[in-house]
Design a protein around this ligand. Structure first.
Ligand SMILES: *Cc1c(COP(=O)(O)O)cnc(C)c1O
Length: 396
């Protein structure tokens, strides 16, 4: 299924010559509108953090400023970058394998909100903190995978390097009440247990996480102030017009909060916020028939846009016909009505869309890939084969 570009993106593309392709184009006005609607759908006591790892481009972070309550960072590099880009924004520091140097740097930069992934990390933090900091213990809870849809990816309830098993959480809560941990204030629980969940599934998961956390707090006699129920809101690459039902999710969270007065909930989506605002524009260099199937080789490839290769999907796209053909020989064109869009890399994995239906596609036509705003450029292996980098355009 295809996704038509926004007018701003279309207008820019009309001005780009072949030598300016591929280009990443981001519609920041569209991003702000989308995230504004997300924010509006959430009750007041839900804080919206953006998981910077989905797309940390500075203009994206800046565009989100004022619409999100803060940013979740997962490395010293993200921390320094986000702090420099949006200096006033609250940060939460998560992620496994925080080094002592990263912890010290984050403390020095004034990060006061920590997602602690292990007992070792809790001890390091206690040792290095010189001022009070807020701690959420990241819990690896069972997600009840029987209730998840087939596209959802469960990370909780099975062996992973992330977070603490339930009994390890109990151990950390006991540690926190003892000597040496006075500067760490236990505020509650963090859990990021699955991705690709629709609103009903996310709500069911949030209810379980909050229920479990409330029981934990009750058992140990601490006040449950905050629960972060993570990100992972579904993004459907097979249907670019589909959106996570933020209104239903917000309404469900409001009910959950009503049952827990005094609790602040936090969510930290990445993909569902920025996926839709980014586009990868390129052109067809060659069209060839191979053993009965049509292949179109585009300028660029998965070294710029790795998302379809990592997820095993076809990236949605639209074709813009280009009528001029400057050569005296016949123009290569798709003849079967279906095409695999591959890139310039010498590997069969360099596929952006597999066996996709097209009405017409010729060498020289342009292809615009949608939903390239999250986990796209920043997760790609840019140096492989040493092709030039794309241009970047931030609109609005
Ligand atoms: C990656 C990640 C997120 C964001 O996940 P999305 O699927 O992009 O919404 C949130 N929290 C943590 C801890 C993560 O690792």
């Amino acid at each position: 299924m295809s996704a038509p570009a926004t007018p701003a993106v279309r207008a820019l593309l009309d001005t780009l010559g072949s030598e300016q392709l591929p280009s990443y184009v981001y519609d920041l006005a569209d991003l702000r509108e989308h995230v504004g609607a997300v924010r509006a759908a959430l009750p007041e006591r839900v804080e919206l953090y953006y998981a910077a790892k989905a797309n940390p481009e500075a203009p994206i972070l800046a565009a989100l400023s004022g619409l999100v309550d803060g940013y979740e960072v997962s490395s010293g590099g993200e921390l320094a970058h986000v702090r420099a880009t949006v200096p006033q924004a609250p940060l939460a520091f998560g992620g496994p394998g925080k080094t002592p140097a990263e912890i010290a740097a984050a403390l020095a930069l004034g990060v006061r909100r920590w997602h602690v992934e292990s007992e070792q990390e809790l001890r390091l933090l206690a040792q290095l903190a010189t001022e009070p900091v807020d701690v959420l213990l990241r819990a690896n809870l069972p997600v009840g995978s029987g209730q998840l849809s087939s596209v959802a990816l469960a990370m909780g309830g099975r062996p992973t390097p992330f977070g603490l098993d339930p009994e390890q959480v109990e151990g950390c809560v006991r540690l926190l009440a003892g000597p040496g941990f006075e500067r760490l204030r236990l505020r509650g629980v963090h859990a990021h247990l699955a991705s690709g969940l629709d609103a009903a599934e996310q709500l069911a998961l949030a209810r379980r996480i909050v229920g479990w956390s409330a029981a934990l707090a009750e058992r140990h006699g601490f006040e449950l102030a905050e629960v972060n129920v993570g990100g992972g809101m579904a993004v459907d690459y097979a249907d670019p017009t589909a959106r996570f039902d933020w209104k239903a999710f917000g309404a469900g969270l409001a009910e959950l909060l009503a049952a827990h007065p005094g609790l602040t909930l936090r969510i930290e989506p990445g993909r569902a916020l920025t996926a839709y605002c980014g586009w990868y524009a390129t052109e067809v260099l060659d069209v060839k028939r191979s053993h009965g199937e049509d292949f179109a080789v585009v300028r660029g490839g998965t070294h710029h846009l790795r998302t379809p290769a990592t997820r095993g999907h076809s990236q949605p796209f639209t074709v813009t016909p280009v009528e001029s053909w400057p050569h005296p020989w016949p123009r290569p064109a798709v003849g079967t009505g279906r095409v695999t869009l591959s890139g310039q890399l010498c590997t069969p994995k360099d596929v952006l869309a597999q066996d996709a239906p097209v009405t017409a596609l010729r060498a020289g036509d342009r292809v615009l890939f949608a939903m390239a705003g999250a986990y796209a450029w920043n997760i790609s292996h840019h140096e492989f084969l040493m092709h030039p980098r794309p241009d970047f355009h931030f609109l609005g």
